[in-house]
Design a protein around this ligand. Structure first.
Ligand SMILES: C[S@@+](CC[C@H](N)C(=O)[O-])C[C@H]1O[C@@H](n2cnc3c(N)ncnc32)[C@H](O)[C@@H]1O
Length: 365
């Protein structure tokens, strides 16, 4: 394997030369922003937990993520960097040495599920190719009961409605096609995580969730089983009509003469926690990340995204033969009327608001 050296955050590391999907060890430079956010999110959690945490970067590849945690997050006891690929384990070793992190880091070279089954970790990071489902059970078993878990899914097409059967097979929920596909997809992912952890009497409480490029990333605090009732009470059905109307609760046909679909039950509670995101923002403001501006912008929009489901204004305008005015204007109009309205990181064609479809349509010219 030939290598080149790069810098990301506060670490330098070797990655294989050549095309990323052909390389022996995977490194995705496009994921730097989510690694930045992960560093700040872990630091925010560590501060609130006041514990010396042991972190498991279960699918580590070059070690980029785990090494950044080890170097950039204060208050960690150890970072375990695991990958079942022998080439990855070799490269991780080289990268640990390069950054002089031998005292903080431990390399393991085994199947992530087996490693998780044998241990308890304060923090678990699952960053797989495709769906994380095959690791969820073991992660639920391994998670410390007051821990923190970060999970990526890259099979967004199954989750967001393009492949309903694949979604049912992997996540146990049949997805449907809607214009709020990213919201639905990330909620199906979160639902399957909550249910996996519930089997072990642990509550996965989502605190930071966002789509980015072709993947979803969610972070959750692990809480005592007493939080489970509150989480499970939020599992409801999403009913969606082709006219853009939606309802939540029990399954129903919204308009008898229209095409209507139902998905669920899925978790419809909060997926972003504003105080936590403010802590992440505060941490990121102090950092020298190359992509700091983009990170702050994403988190700033995200912290206001507390309303359920967004409206795709382009889709609604097309359906109703209307013209879309400037988004800022619509948001300003709705705010003036006393409603909540904001842009959303889930779709650049949409706004998130607490008004009904009729009121949204009034805003389209
Ligand atoms: C998407 S890459 C991880 C990228 C890395 N977290 C980063 O931020 O750069 C997924 C890695 O998981 C490893 N992997 C796949 N299945 C595994 C398993 N069952 N156990 C351990 N490692 C596995 C692959 O070898 C690959 O290096």
């Amino acid at each position: 394997m030939k290598f080149r050296q790069i810098k990301e955050g506060e670490i330098r590391f070797f990655i294989p030369t050549g095309r990323k999907y052909d390389a022996d060890v995977f490194y995705n430079e496009d994921a730097e922003l989510t690694r930045d956010i992960s560093v700040s999110a872990l630091q925010a959690f560590q501060k609130s937990s006041k514990k010396k945490l042991i972190v498991c970067d279960a699918l580590s590849a070059s070690g980029a993520r785990g090494l950044r945690y080890a170097k950039e997050v204060n208050g960690l006891e150890k970072v375990i960097l695991n990958d079942r690929s022998p080439s990855a384990a070799k490269l991780i070793k080289k990268n640990i040495t390069l950054n002089k992190l031998q005292k903080k880091c431990v390399i393991t070279n085994e199947d992530a599920s087996l490693l998780l089954r044998k241990n308890i970790f304060g923090v678990i990071d699952l960053d797989p190719f495709g769906p994380p489902v095959q690791f969820l059970d073991s992660a639920a078993k391994a998670a410390f009961h007051k821990g923190f878990v970060a999970i990526t899914a890259t099979d967004t097409s199954a989750l967001s409605g393009a492949y309903p059967e694949a979604c049912l097979r992997k996540y146990g929920i049949r997805s449907i096609r809607t214009e709020f596909y990213n919201e639905l997809g990330i909620r199906i992912l979160i639902s399957s995580i909550i249910l996996a952890f519930a089997k072990y009497n642990k509550a996965f409480v989502p605190v930071l969730s966002f789509p980015y490029q072709h993947y979803y990333r969610v972070f959750g605090r692990i809480e005592h089983e007493s939080s489970l009732t509150r989480l499970l009470d939020e599992f409801k059905y999403v009913n969606y009509c082709e006219c853009g109307e939606r309802s939540f609760g029990e399954p129903e046909i919204i308009h008898k003469n229209h095409k209507c679909k139902t998905c669920g039950p899925i978790y419809l509670g909060p997926i972003n926690n504003t105080p936590f995101i403010e802590d992440v923002l505060a941490d990121m403001r102090k950092r020298d990340f190359k992509l700091r501006k983009e990170g702050l912008k994403l988190l700033d929009i995200l912290r206001n995204e507390t309303e359920l489901f967004y409206y795709d204004l382009h889709h609604l305008a097309k359906l109703n033969k209307r013209i879309v005015p400037k988004f800022d204007k619509i948001i300003e109009n709705l705010n003036k009327k006393g409603f909540r309205a904001t842009k959303t990181v889930f779709s650049d064609k949409s706004i998130r608001t607490n008004v009904n479809l009729k009121e949204v349509l009034k805003q389209l010219k």
